[in-house]
Design a protein around this ligand. Sequence first.
Ligand SMILES: [Zn+2]
Length: 71
Amino acid sequence: MRKSNLERHLVNCPHCGKEVLDHFTQCPHCKGELTPRGYTEGDAKSRTKIRNILFVVLLVIAVAVLITLKS
Ligand SMILES: [Zn+2]
């Protein structure tokens, strides 16, 4: 039997073991802190890295535009 949409998004709370939705940041049963799926530390780090690369690219473009305007 296929699992329902809701069941696929259920995870067990690491603090009390009860079922909670995977996007919760706090357990509704024990108020324990949860790490929502898709918001792991690794993801946050890689997102920061991408933002840094974007910033450098924008900076290079800005400098290139400035040089072009001056000449
Ligand atoms: Zn809990």
